[in-house]
Design a protein around this ligand. Structure first.
Ligand code: ATP
Length: 507
């Protein structure tokens, strides 16, 4: 008996559980933390690895048309000139000269406060789920404060990139509430710079990669020359990327060091790119469902044509309904042959394939699905978290917190629990089973405390099944109790049945 529910402040609950149970810690916490950086604890590291492994297995190992790659994080600086990142990988930055706070101009909204057709001042608010509502409330407050009579017009929010130069001085800083301290937006390059070698001059400047994708383009010829790939084919990579985000926020959703899973799917220049693009959108969406994300939380956003880069044929984002709003999880872009073309021009090395049919060389086009591992991990935490009232056999109602992870990605697949800690026959059999299971699966042995407490511990870790070794196991037929995390139902099963269940559900 249970009534699943997400608490009102789901993000707070998740951040707290993530810390308490060892999923995610702030980085360098004993030194006060470092904004935009995180550490994954024992359960988090397993969960993240499982997400990566599922993606890699499904995409690279289980398909015949995609190969893997692991390119270096620091690449030749010319890579980032050719890709356009040195000139254009920027966000608009606004400073508050008084508070020293920095904002992304496209996340800082403002509106004129108009009463009976007359502007009496301006209000501002940081982007939120209800920016317009916040601005309207601020406008009403300003009207009251200035004791102005008349009808307040509905606010018309714009972001700071849309402000006229003369308007900037009139917009209050969100930090101080007063106008006059915001600067005009300027471009801020998000690449982290470093120096390679002993010299720290302009000649040694290099960058931590802001995306893994360029590795696939730069190694395109290496892969085609050393493997037997034939169009259409993909090159996939998982790895860390770094962006000096102006405002890292929403826990691990937008951080400065994160992990990407990207794939470049190369197709003939004359191929039906739109169909291929659609197929990859479907593949990505189905894959998210296969690791346990509910369809109801997913939606598609098609980038408007006028906002696309000139070379882009189309971009669709798979959006996820996070507690802080519907946000981009996975971008699937049709990039034409821009990237290979840029690297061919900048390096002087042609990036072409030979078409046997037409006897002509051509530069392949590409479809790029790019997703962040951390954003998927946050999505599975958000979708899986529930607090429930449960009634035990004695009729007592208590709360349980549960993470309903798919068995594919759950950090621990099975917990092995001897009913009693001090009965050697039970603990010996439990140890034996634990040893056997851990050859293939991540499993936990737990003999501490009442069995109900141990179930709760595993519920919070998202463990799909607990097996209990009791007297029936050792004295009768050898079966154990299998307890299901979601239904909390128990049934007796044999060891062979347990392995068959795991084999079917954990892949
Ligand atoms: P956003 O608009 O949210 O900044 P983006 O469009 O710049 O993202 P891409 O460059 O397309 O993102 O990167 C591909 C994927 O990498 C994103 O869909 C997202 O899942 C992930 N990602 C990008 N930036 C971050 C970040 N700062 N922290 C965590 N994940 C990120």
């Amino acid at each position: 008996m249970s009534t699943p529910a997400a608490p009102a402040n789901l993000m707070e609950a998740i951040v707290s559980l993530a810390k308490r149970r060892g999923f995610i810690y702030p980085s360098s916490e004993i030194y006060g933390g470092l904004n935009g950086f995180f550490d994954y604890g024992p359960l988090g590291a397993e969960l993240k690895k499982n997400i990566r492994d599922c993606w890699w297995n499904d995409l690279v190992r289980r398909r015949d048309d995609i190969v893997g790659l692991e390119s270096s994080i620091i690449m030749h600086p010319k890579v980032w000139e050719a890709s356009g990142h040195v000139a254009g990988f920027t966000d608009p930055l606004v400073d508050c000269k008084v508070s020293k706070q920095r904002y992304r101009a496209d996340q800082l909204f403002f509106a004129a406060v108009v009463v009976d057709g007359r502007t009496i001042g301006h209000v501002s608010a940081l982007e939120s789920e209800d920016t317009a509502g916040e601005l309207q409330a601020a406008a009403e407050a300003l009207k009251r404060k200035l004791a102005v009579q008349g009808a307040l017009a509905p606010v018309a929010p714009r972001d700071l990139t849309q402000a006229a130069p003369e308007e900037i001085a009139l917009i209050p800083s969100p930090a101080t509430g007063e106008p006059g301290s915001l600067t005009a937006p300027r471009s801020f390059n998000m690449m982290f710079q470093t120096n390679v070698g002993a010299m720290t001059d302009a000649s040694s400047v290099a960058y931590l990669r802001p995306e893994t994708a360029q590795g696939m383009f730069v190694d395109f010829k290496n892969v085609t020359d050393t493997t037997r790939v034939k169009l259409p084919f993909g090159i996939a990579q998982i790895g860390k990327s770094f962006r000096n985000e102006i405002t890292p926020r929403n826990f691990i959703f937008r951080s400065r060091e994160f992990e990407q899973m990207e794939m470049e799917y190369f197709i003939h220049e004359d191929a039906d790119w739109a169909r291929c693009h659609r197929e990859w959108i479907d593949w990505c969406r189905n894959w998210l469902v296969s690791i346990g994300l509910p369809e109801s939380h997913l939606s598609l956003y098609t980038h408007p044509k006028e906002k696309l880069a000139f070379y882009s044929k189309g971009t669709v984002d798979i959006m996820f309904r996070y507690p802080f709003g519907v946000q981009e999880l996975w971008g699937i872009a049709a990039r034409g042959n821009y990237d290979l073309g840029q690297h061919a021009a900048a390096s002087g090395k042609p990036q072409e394939l030979f078409d046997e049919a037409t006897k002509k060389k051509f530069v392949p086009h590409v479809i790029e699905p790019a997703v962040g591992v951390d954003r998927i991990l946050l999505a599975v935490l958000c979708a899986g978290y529930a607090e429930e009232d449960v009634t035990d056999e004695k009729g007592h109602v208590e709360k349980r917190t549960v993470l309903r992870f798919s068995p594919r990605i759950a950090p621990v697949k099975v917990a092995v629990l001897p009913l009693l800690k001090n009965k050697e026959a039970l603990t010996q059999r439990a140890r034996e089973l634990h040893t056997k299971l851990k050859r293939r699966y991540a499993v936990q042995y737990d003999d501490g405390g009442a069995i109900g407490k141990r179930y709760r511990r595993q519920d919070e870790a998202g463990t799909p099944w607990c097996v209990t070794i009791d007297f029936e196991t050792v004295e009768k037929d050898g079966t154990f109790t299998l307890r299901d995390r979601d239904t909390m139902q128990q049934k007796r099963i044999t060891e062979a049945e347990l392995f068959a269940l795991l084999d079917e559900q954990v892949y």
